[in-house]
Design a protein. Structure first.
Length: 223
């Protein structure tokens, strides 16, 4: 477009050309701005995606891995295991148990959902879970560190097990099944795995294979 001489009014053609140039320049700026915003949005999405992936990977890596055991046992003898002759009966209210923690006996009609608890759970409901073949792993919260509890948790199967603190234990860790019990002095005792392998989901319980979910949660359930 030719420049307009000083003092001379632009022609209509020149005015239209100037207007087209102005609009074209606005379009270019708008397109550049939109392109910049799109790039920002794309890289923001990539950043969020990478953060989510990292979080998932970290969760998988840090999450406690469940140990594998075979349901039922083969009659192996484990040093220190005590056996009892408690009978099964559904009752309401508080029960005075002969063992500490209980290893069978009268219990509440509702079982305790299996899982990891950070608070003391009701005996009467936990015993009902034992009746279904679950193992109740109890520990003295004052005797174990957080690392000890994490180690203990890593030895447990993913289901049919209850982990909870318990007051008044004679040993730092006590494992209880229906009418069987083992006391150990530390979380590294190999008999922990031996006990779980022998008595986890045992067929020698009043209600083998019955559910360990779908009933009630105790206080402090974390998993």
């Amino acid at each position: 477009m030719s420049a307009t001489p000083p003092g001379k009014k632009p022609t209509v053609k020149q005015q239209r050309a100037a207007e087209r140039e102005r609009k074209l320049e606005e379009y270019r700026k708008r397109e550049a701005r939109m392109k910049r915003n799109r790039l920002i949005a794309i890289w923001s999405s990539v950043g969020v995606g990478l953060a989510i992936v990292a979080l998932i990977v970290t969760s998988v890596v840090l999450a406690p891995r469940a140990a594998n055991y075979t349901a039922g046992g083969d009659g192996a003898e484990i040093e220190g295991v005590e056996t009892f002759e408690n009978e099964s009966q559904h009752v309401e209210g508080v029960v005075d148990y002969e063992q500490t923690p209980p290893a069978g006996g009268q219990h509440n009609p509702a079982w305790l959902n299996c899982g990891v608890y950070e608070e003391v759970v009701p005996n009467e409901n936990a015993v009902h879970s034992l009746e279904h073949g679950a193992i109740w792993v109890t520990y003295d919260a004052e005797a174990l560190s957080d690392d000890d509890i994490a180690t203990l948790r890593s030895k447990l199967p993913s289901t049919y097990v209850i982990l909870s603190p318990f007051e008044g234990l004679d040993s730092p860790v006590v494992l209880s099944g229906w009418n069987v019990q083992l006391q150990v002095d530390g979380v590294d005792d190999p008999r922990i795995e031996d006990f779980l392998e022998e008595y986890w989901q045992s067929q020698n319980v009043p209600e083998p294979g019955a559910l360990c979910t779908g009933a009630i949660d105790g206080p402090g359930k974390v998993a």
